[in-house]
Every structure is written in C-alpha cells, then in structure tokens.
Design a protein around this ligand. Structure first.
Ligand code: HEC
Length: 138
C-alpha cells in the first residue's frame, strides 16, 4: 500500500471520527413525551400521591406495594379510564380505603395518573431485539 493511500485512510478515519462524534453529541435523545402533561395539577397530584402514600399499595412504573394493582397504564387500559379512577378515589372499595378526598384532590390525582400513563409502560412484556442489539417495545 502506498504512503498516499495510507495517509488517505488515516485522514478519512479521522474525519469519520469527528463526524460521528459531532452527530452523537448534537442529535440529542428522545423528548420526554409526557412533559406537556406535567401540569400544575399533575404536580399537585404527585404530592398528594406521596401524602396519601398510595405507593404503599400501588405500583407506578412497576415499583411500589402489591396490595393494589399497578396504576402506570390504568388510565388507558381498556374498560378503565378517568371516570373509573374517579370512582375508586371518591368512594374507595372494600379493599381500598376511602380517603375522603376533595374534588380538587381527585382532579389532581387523575391528572398525575394521566401523566404517568404517558411516560411509562408497566409491566413491560412485549419487546423485540433489533439487529444492532437494541430493544424496541411493541
Ligand atoms: C391500603 C392500600 C391502598 C392504598 C393506600 C391505596 N389504594 Fe388504590 N387500590 C387498592 C386496592 C386493593 C385496589 C383494588 C380494589 C378493588 O378492586 O376492590 C385499589 C384500586 C385502585 C384503583 C383502580 C385500579 C384498577 O386498575 O382497577 C385506583 C385508580 C387507585 N386504587 C388509586 C389509588 C390512589 C390514587 C391512591 C392514593 C390516594 C390509592 N389508590 C391508595 C389499595 C390501596
């Protein structure tokens, strides 16, 4: 191999290195697709979720207590949704306590549950392994 070819390969690889590096640092990562849902209501709901210790019995993103069901995607589950959540929060059940929540508190908690629904999936069940070793959730 001539010196010229070797030099060409050398500088070509150096150029590739800089192109790749600049792309990696400027493309950015995925946006948080629930950001616009973290409204003041949802923030208040998050604090209420902590105040009433809902996590003692419920999981969010798969973490929490196991007495009640996982609430991560409760809002978008078929047959459930906002009104369904409201019913539980307003009255409780035999197994879930009635916290005597105010209408405002219920509104905030539901806003928070909607935010959580947009930002995560739990339980994670179906995924596909791509050719490059990354995983895509179906
Ligand atoms: C003492 C444990 C306990 C606490 C604390 C608790 N829950 Fe529950 N929750 C349950 C149980 C158990 C169920 C299932 C009730 C049933 O089916 O009768 C439930 C059901 C629910 C449901 C319906 C879920 C579904 O998919 O069917 C929602 C929504 C909910 N809870 C929200 C909350 C929120 C918000 C809080 C905090 C303010 C909270 N829970 C605090 C035990 C609890």
């Amino acid at each position: 191999m001539s010196t010229q070819t070797r030099r060409f390969i050398f500088w070509f690889l150096i150029a590739l290195f800089f192109i790749h590096t600049s792309l990696v640092f400027t493309i950015g990562t995925d946006e948080d697709n629930g950001k616009e849902l973290m409204t003041e209501d949802a923030q208040a709901g998050k604090l209420l979720y902590q105040k009433y210790n809902c996590t003692a019995c419920h999981q969010l993103y798969g973490l929490g207590g196991y007495m009640g069901p996982d609430l991560t995607n409760m809002v978008s589950s078929p047959g459930k949704g906002e009104m369904y959540a409201r019913a539980f929060l307003q009255a409780g059940t035999q197994r879930m306590p009635n916290f005597n929540l105010l209408e405002d508190e219920i509104k905030s908690l539901v806003a928070y549950l909607k935010y959580v629904d947009k930002t995560g999936t739990s339980p994670v069940k179906k995924f596909e392994i791509n050719f490059d070793g990354t995983i895509t959730q179906k």
